[in-house]
Ligand binder design. Sequence first.
Ligand code: MG
Length: 220
Amino acid sequence: MSALQIAIEGRSFTPQRIFCIGKNYDEHVKELGSTAPEEPVVFMKPVCNIVAPGETLFMPRHGSLLHHEVEVVLMIGRGGQDVPEADALSYIAGITLGLDLTLRDVQGRLKKLGLPWELSKAFEQSAPLGYFKTYDPNSIDLENFSFTCSVNGGLRQQGNTRDMLFPVRNLIHRLSGWWTLRPGDIIFTGTPSGVGSLKQGDQVGIESSVTGLFSWTISF
Ligand code: MG
């Protein structure tokens, strides 16, 4: 299989990593019955789990509570290490929305046992992802960016990046201290409150004024 290529207005990227940030919105931390982290919670999903808008989603077979988590997703445009917060936004090439699909029942079991999260977060098709739009700091305010998730037309999640515990600038700064960022790196920046389960036949839509609407249907 050839590597996934993502084009953003003429530039082609070959993503190799998807970084995901957990517990980045206080209200979501509370609904999980958890406490706010002192530094960003980071995990990864394989790039091959990306699902383009409109493609069919299948229910995973090893869990029963498939939760939607709408998130603002960034594409890194240039490499860097120890990126200062003041420069962080200039490393972003593109922006879109995605779903950090989560098997909540499996995650709960893994957490209790102190085990890694892959079975609950990195399963097949766990990363439905919208199409990227070029990030222009003059027209897109990443510190005040509203987005939603609806299921069968009913609003489930409504978020704004101003509520992030670790704002985008800080996330890029921290991630680039732990890893050397590469062009094509994808960052799921965390979900606001309102996560809930999806069942077969559901249509899930994620939307913002900047990106437009992306939707998927859970197959029977
Ligand atoms: Mg998430």
